[in-house]
Design a protein around this ligand. Structure first.
Ligand code: ATP
Ligand code: GCO
Length: 193
């Protein structure tokens, strides 16, 4: 799965935003590997979420450190990575940007780029309730509001926002078009070489 750029794209957003759905499709379209941050949680974190208890910073930090190390490995090997991860707070995103070892906090100049899958609470609620009813995921719908309460992005971070209420096909096409025609991101991966 080598890519010429060795860049990292973090598909971010609250539960039900479509990170897994879109990430898997992008993996097929781009020659990037898709990894889901869900798969990096400790059993303890999963158990908490199953019980409907929101994770705290203390719960998330070791998880984010593991993800930062994975990012570092992909950058080191110049392999493209798409990571589906909630990345709700600036502090969490800063940890992921630090997967680029030379990253200076607060500069946002990192080959780790973020795309926010953005959807209103009502749409997300329908999705997570349907998924929970099918018993397909450990995440109960009741945790959605706690994630919406934490999600905050700042314009100066240069995060690409995509309307996640569109069909998966339309979302993927929007992302591919933006990557192609807008020269990737402000802090282009090319700088990394
Ligand atoms: N664009 C979309 N339109 C309609 N349904 C969607 C769309 N994207 C995802 N879904 C559906 O919403 C549900 C949640 O999607 P998905 O698992 O991809 O979200 P997620 O952001 O990865 O969630 P989590 O963080 O909880 O793992 C799934 O049932 C999926 O099929
Ligand atoms: O509380 C959180 O930060 C999120 O729920 C994560 O726990 C999920 O695993 C994330 O959506 C990854 O897909």
């Amino acid at each position: 799965m080598a890519s010429k750029d060795g860049a990292v794209i973090v598909l971010m957003g609250v539960c039900g935003a479509g990170k897994t759905t879109i990430g898997r499709r992008l993996e097929k379209e781009m020659q990037y590997k898709y990894l889901d941050a869900d798969d990096f949680h400790s059993e303890l974190n999963k158990e908490k979420m199953r019980m409907g208890i929101p994770l705290t910073d203390e719960d998330r930090i070791p998880w984010l450190e593991a993800l930062r190390d994975v990012i570092n490995e992909y950058l080191d090997n110049k392999k493209g990575l798409i990571l589906g991860c909630s990345a709700l707070k600036n502090q969490y995103r800063e940890m992921l940007r630090s997967g680029y070892p030379a990253y200076k906090w607060g500069t946002y100049a990192s080959p780790v780029n973020f795309i926010l899958l953005d959807a209103p609470a009502e749409v997300l609620s329908v999705r997570v309730n349907a998924r929970a009813a099918e018993g397909k995921h450990y995440m109960p719908a009741s945790l959605l509001q706690s994630q919406l309460d934490l999600l905050k992005i700042d314009d100066c971070e240069g995060i690409l926002k995509v309307d996640a209420t569109l069909t998966p096909e339309a979302i993927v096409n929007t992302i591919l078009n933006k990557l192609q025609f807008q020269g990737c991101f402000r802090h282009n991966c090319i700088e990394f070489h």
